[in-house]
Write a protein that binds this ligand. Structure first.
Ligand code: SF4
Ligand code: SF4
Length: 375
């Protein structure tokens, strides 16, 4: 591998939003364009390809079989896929996911197999269906090379899970510069927890669902001033690339052009200079220069809420909406992150406000969350 290819080994091809021939049909994957994207990826030294049982309503895995597995030797790529056990009706259904994925992908083994989106009430389903032991057994049988899980929860939950399951080989975390010290996502603390447990990290959401590639003007201007040539996405990727303990950074690509952009960023990557780090800090400050809810995610408010409202989640997503100026994006996250306790369940009893050390008018903000995210 030449020096110019240094970053490529860390580039992961995320196959969650593949190009479509019909934009209204998630299953109508443009297989010819996916083949071209795969060719670009492999030709430039990429290896790690990430999919999931549920991506594109089950059609991402077969698309990768066509575009990748049937066209390249098995040793030329590393496959990751995931099981969303909490969406399964039974243990049998959840455990059947692995064999279905193997069949759909047309391979004898999966390199990286993940329990998909562990955390919150979803963890209980992985426990109930005995998925932790199931994947460990699958590894013993050679169906899987490495086992791990993806998680969007904060550091304490991650710590509990890695303590309870010390046989996990890796973990997939939401890491990006905007979430680095976010009180809910806690990217930095999560990285510390992973390091404490000695597990490498696969970074997901490095561009925060695309928001960091399409910044509001006040953030974009800071980065453009620092380097007029660099794309916004490249700043986000570079922030993640040199973090210690990172195995792979998943870079989503929805067309060949985005794949080419990603490859250039990874191939030409140099560690961020002090001035570049300052520029990212400046962009973060600019994005946060709007009126944000001062919630620290301390959790005091939720302890005695009679309705189990996900208060910090709702407030955090209101802040995300204000920072990114993208309500649809925040609303999409709210639909699953607050599903167990939507703001509309609030009966305005006031218990939470009495507990909040920040004196936040929680009830008013929950009404705003209902209006913005539940309409
Ligand atoms: S005011 Fe609403 S959110 Fe707060 S404790 Fe009461 S029900 Fe829960
Ligand atoms: S008590 Fe206040 S600061 Fe703490 S999580 Fe609740 S709203 Fe946020």
């Amino acid at each position: 591998m030449t020096a110019s290819y240094e970053g490529v080994g860390k580039l992961g091809f995320g196959a969650m939003r593949l190009p479509l021939t019909d934009p209204d049909d998630a299953t109508a994957i443009d297989i010819e364009q996916v083949k071209a994207m795969v060719d670009e990826f492999i030709a430039r030294g990429g290896t790690y390809v990430d999919t999931a049982f549920v991506y594109h309503n089950g059609c991402s895995e077969p698309a990768l079989r066509q575009a990748l597995v049937e066209r390249y030797p098995r040793e030329a790529f590393t496959l990751a896929t995931k099981c969303l056990a909490w969406a399964c009706a039974s243990k049998e259904e959840a455990q059947a996911c692995l064999l279905t994925s193997l069949e759909r992908l047309g391979v004898d083994y999966i390199d990286f197999y993940l329990l998909h989106n562990v955390g919150g009430a979803r963890t209980a389903k992985f426990d109930e269906y005995d998925m932790w032991n199931y994947v460990a057994d699958a590894k013993e049988r050679g169906l899987v090379r490495h086992i791990g899980f993806s998680i969007h929860d904060g550091a304490d939950v991650l710590d509990e899970l890695l303590t309870a399951h010390p046989n996990m080989d890796f973990v997939q975390l939401q890491v990006n510069y905007l979430d680095w010290d976010d009180p809910v996502t806690e990217s930095a603390r999560c990285m510390e927890v992973a390091a404490k447990h000695g597990v490498p990290v696969i970074v997901m959401e490095p561009v925060r669902g695309g928001r960091l590639a399409n910044l509001p003007e006040r953030g974009a201007a800071v980065l453009a001033e620092a380097d007029p040539e660099a794309s916004q996405a490249s700043w986000a990727y570079r922030f993640c690339l040199d973090l210690p303990g990172v195995l792979t950074v998943l870079a989503g690509a929805s067309n060949l052009e985005q794949m080419q952009d990603n490859m250039v960023t990874f191939q030409t990557h140099q560690p961020l200079t002090e001035a570049e780090r300052a520029a990212i800090d400046g962009a973060i400050a600019a994005l946060r220069s709007v009126d944000l809810v001062p919630c620290t995610n301390c959790g005091y408010c939720v302890k005695d809420c009679p309705e189990g409202v996900k208060i910090p989640v709702a407030l955090n997503l209101l802040n995300l909406e204000r920072q990114t100026e993208d309500r649809a994006f925040a609303k999409g996250l709210y639909s699953w992150q607050a599903a167990e306790g939507p703001a509309s369940k609030c009966i305005q009893c006031g218990t939470c406000e009495a507990m909040c050390p920040q004196s936040i008018p929680i009830i008013d903000h929950l009404a705003e969350a209902v209006e913005h995210f539940e309409g």
